[in-house]
Design a protein around this ligand. Structure first.
Ligand SMILES: Nc1ncnc2c1ncn2[C@@H]1O[C@H](COP(=O)(O)OP(=O)(O)OP(=O)(O)O)[C@@H](O)[C@H]1O
Ligand SMILES: O=P(O)(O)OC[C@H]1O[C@H](OP(=O)(O)OP(=O)(O)O)[C@H](O)[C@@H]1O
Length: 229
């Protein structure tokens, strides 16, 4: 049996993950055409590369179909309830840094904190007859955070991309999304609440706690982790 290593199949996370491994003597590459999601591993025997969406890596680790996987902290915490029981964080990789935050329109001059948001939400409901809408793909993390902070009078609306645009498009009044440089927020006239940081995320190497690990895989894992330092 081979050790299955899951890596994001495209974009910045894939390229940076490939270079991170390369620096440690392990060459990961996509085999075949640009559009073919098959991979190869040179520099160590017994490891198969599985290329898949960053968002699916947590589930595959938790199902034991991957032994190791690279994906963001945000995706593991969002997708896996009690994630510590299912995966072990082996190493943070120093890229893919992004903050999950709550942001509101810059024009809301009286709303700078979660308390202000809570007050605005009550006023919004009284005025519009429905709850203030927060667009996000991070449903679990946002709910847990707002419950902990005592904010209750809102509704989450699902947004799987271009989340900052939902305010302009009038499908939400506020958003909870990842920000890195802050450019997308600025371009969409949004501001982060001063106490609206939910989670700091970065690309991380995770080990499945449930994947079947026969002796040959155990030996490969040991060799690999030694190389990765
Ligand atoms: N602007 C950014 N800068 C740095 N990291 C980011 C940025 N946006 C997202 N990320 C991180 O990259 C990882 C992958 O996010 P992304 O939303 O692209 O994955 P995904 O949902 O699997 O995408 P897809 O389904 O399109 O492959 C997440 O951990 C996220 O925190
Ligand atoms: O703070 P910034 O540097 O501007 O980066 C933040 C943006 O990056 C991510 O989007 P992505 O490019 O992955 O596209 P998406 O909207 O389809 O998720 C994230 O969802 C933000 O929209």
């Amino acid at each position: 049996m081979s050790l299955k290593l899951g890596v994001p199949s495209k974009g910045r996370l894939m390229e940076k993950t490939f270079s991170w491994f390369e620096k440690r003597g392990i060459h990961l590459s996509r085999s075949g055409s640009d559009r073919e999601y098959a991979g190869r591993v040179d520099g160590i025997d017994g490891v198969s590369l599985v290329l898949l969406s960053a968002g699916e890596i947590p589930r595959e680790l938790a199902a034991g179909r991957l032994h190791l996987g690279v994906t963001g902290t945000d995706l593991v915490h969002e997708k896996l309830p009690r994630w510590e029981q299912q995966v072990e964080e082996l190493e943070t990789l120093g890229f893919g840094q992004a903050d999950l935050i709550i942001a509101v329109p810059r024009a809301w001059v009286d709303v700078d904190t979660l308390d202000d948001l809570d007050a605005a939400a009550a006023a919004f409901r009284a005025h519009h007859g429905h709850r203030l809408r927060i667009a996000t793909k991070y449903h679990r993390l946002v709910r847990e955070f707002l419950t902990g902070e005592g904010v209750a009078d809102y509704a989450l609306v699902d947004s799987q991309g271009a989340t900052e645009g939902t305010v302009k498009n009038e499908t939400a009044e506020a958003i909870a999304d990842i920000t890195s440089t802050g450019e997308t927020l600025r371009a969409n006239h949004l501001k982060i609440l001063s106490d609206g940081l939910i989670l700091r995320s970065q690309a991380t190497l995770w080990r499945s706690r449930v994947a079947e690990t026969p002796d040959d895989v155990r030996v490969t894992l040991k060799t690999l982790l030694k190389k990765l330092g």
